[in-house]
Design a protein around this ligand. Structure first.
Ligand SMILES: [Zn+2]
Length: 261
């Protein structure tokens, strides 16, 4: 009689990686992990959404839009695995705007995003990579994203959250202005970026002149270009901005250490 392995009951990202013996970023094969927990992955054009999951009992199918961006597909599949772990028994369809945005208002989508980040960029492996880069800049970001095969946005969010860079902040801008920002966990909340981009900032040039190359090195700029607070005028910070196709312009700020105590 053929033995049927029971499905793993603990689907936490750490437990899954442990039970599969995965200790290196390159071994995080998201489709193999999905298969291990009873899910097949299909690529097909979905009109309604970016990815979805349908399940019956302990088996299910993840469908994902083939959009030519493997990093994005990986995150979408991992996000659906998050729904499988947290919201089993429901059919969930996720729009592109639901995935990877760490929604502050939608708890279901945020939980799936957090699960995806924990599975694709486990803290123990991720912090070890961050420690190889004393400074958070675009070069460090690209190297870490390359190792984990994750998008620049998802990787940068994780680097900011990692507690490795206490003076770093990321800010996303679209043509309509500032979309969102995220600061190192212990940074004081009074360093809240301006609503509008300063015309002196490189991000402004990038946003209004689509042909600009990315900024290869961080550039020094007065902190008052980015912050309204009166004391900002006393400090110098660094900025580095780059395009995120389809999203807008992302900026990494590194504040003066005296600004964050
Ligand atoms: Zn979702």
């Amino acid at each position: 009689m053929k033995r049927i392995d029971p499905l793993p009951t603990n689907l936490s990202p750490d437990a899954l990686l442990r039970s599969l013996g995965i200790t290196e970023p390159r071994d995080i094969d998201i489709e193999a992990i999905a298969y291990y927990v009873g899910l097949r992955v299909k690529r097909r054009c979905l009109k309604c959404c970016e990815a979805m999951i349908t399940g019956l009992g302990n088996k299910g199918i993840i469908s994902v839009n083939p959009n030519g961006m493997p990093q994005r597909e990986r995150f979408s599949i991992a996000h659906e695995l998050g729904h499988w772990a947290h919201h089993r028994g429901e059919t969930v369809a996720c729009r592109a705007t639901d995935i990877g945005k760490f929604s502050k208002t939608n708890n279901v989508e945020r939980a799936a995003d957090q699960y995806a980040a924990d599975l694709l960029m486990p803290w123990s492996m991720f912090k070890a990579e961050c420690r190889k880069h004393p400074r958070l800049d675009l070069k460090a970001l690209k190297e870490v994203a390359g190792i984990f095969k994750t998008s620049l946005t998802a990787t940068l969010i994780r680097m900011i959250d990692s507690d490795t860079y206490p003076a770093s902040m990321m800010i996303s801008h679209g043509t309509g202005g500032r979309k969102w920002h995220r600061s190192a966990p212990k940074m004081a909340t009074w360093w809240f970026p301006r609503e509008e981009l300063d015309a002196d900032s490189f991000a402004f040039e990038l946003l209004h002149n689509q042909n600009q190359d990315e900024q290869r090195f961080p550039r020094k700029i007065g902190a008052d270009a980015w912050f309204d607070k009166a004391s900002a005028a006393r400090y110098e910070i660094t900025e580095q901005s780059f395009q995120i196709p389809g999203e807008g312009v992302m900026t990494i700020l590194n504040l003066d250490p005296n600004m964050v105590g």
